[in-house]
Design a binder for this molecule. Structure first.
Ligand code: CP
Length: 302
């Protein structure tokens, strides 16, 4: 069974196939409207979400599929103590694929061991968020292509699961990656190991200005307050990496600024109208990219 658990499982060919399909879908969505009319997609979100959940819901419906929603943890039988394994074993009887977001790293891996339908990891704690990476790459590709680029990834690199997935996926392309963060929020050891194994050079900075003029893409992330074991530590680093239109004065004219969203205060509103902003376009790309992903994963199940 095909699952999407981590971006490290994706080859360049896998990524390009999904992005090519997403482009075809974006150009002619009607051609894909009834492809999965008999399909049910389960949305199992043990953590809050706006973009991922709603764009998977929209994507499924635009493919002709139905969706079922577990609801919040509080409104489900998880509050009665039901395990993740039992929850997904029950839900696979109702659905043809499961989209899972969970606060524990490794939750999607575990879920996939218990079911025979595709599991899509929609974020497992501070681990991975591979479907976000596909829409991130789609956005980069539509603006700049995916080779010969210099990409800066800034903010919470320790707990940011979108960063972990994106950094891994970018090793498939001719991309120089720069990582900009406070010392306490550098990439975790496991991600550093994966990058090393993939032959990527780790270029780390504490100051954006050291690298900003070289960048084609600046990918900004939120400091993940909910992951900090010590809230005082969060307050020590919160607000250190904010950008506004003035910050970008030394940037290339065609620099694109991305963010997986939600943002708190790390990108000022004046960037929205600066010509660099792509984060809303990026969020909207979630629909054709997730349609392409579902279409790919469900192909083998029909
Ligand atoms: N980018 C992202 O995962 O957003 P949500 O938490 O709103 O799904």
């Amino acid at each position: 069974q095909d699952h999407l658990i981590t971006a490290t499982q994706l080859s360049r060919d896998d990524i390009e196939a999904v992005l090519d399909r997403a482009r075809r879908i974006a150009a002619d969505p009607a051609a894909f409207a009834d492809r999965h009319a008999e399909t049910v997609l389960a949305l199992c979100f043990f953590e809050p979400s706006t973009r991922t959940k709603m764009s998977f819901d929209t994507a499924a419906k635009r493919l002709g599929a139905d969706t079922i929603d577990m609801g919040t943890v509080e409104s489900s039988s998880v509050t009665k103590g039901e395990s993740l394994a039992d929850t997904v074993r029950v839900i696979e009887g109702y659905a043809d694929a499961i989209v899972l977001r969970h606060p524990s790293e490794g939750a999607a891996t575990l879920a996939a061991e218990f079911v025979d339908v595709p599991v899509i990891n929609a974020g497992d704690g501070a681990g991975q968020h591979p479907s976000q990476t596909l829409l991130d790459l789609y956005t980069v590709r539509e603006n700049h292509g995916l080779d010969g680029l210099t990409v800066g990834i800034m903010g919470d690199l320790k707990y940011g699961r979108t960063v972990h997935s994106l950094a891994a996926a970018l090793t498939n392309f001719d991309v120089n990656q720069h990582f900009i963060s406070p010392d306490s929020l550098r990439l975790p050891r496991s991600v550093r190991f994966d990058l090393h194994e993939a032959g990527a050079q780790l270029r780390e900075h504490t100051d954006l200005e050291d690298v900003l003029p070289e960048l084609d893409v600046l990918y900004v992330t939120r400091i993940q307050k909910e992951r900090f074991p010590d809230e005082n530590e969060y307050h020590r680093v919160a607000g250190q990496y904010r950008i506004d239109a003035g910050t970008l004065a030394d940037a290339r004219e065609d620099l694109i600024v991305m963010h997986p969203l939600p943002r708190v205060d790390e990108i000022a509103a004046d960037v929205d109208t600066s010509g660099h902003a792509r984060y809303f376009e990026q969020a909207h790309n979630g629909v054709p990219v997730r349609m392409a992903l579902l279409d790919t994963l469900l192909e083998g199940t029909q």
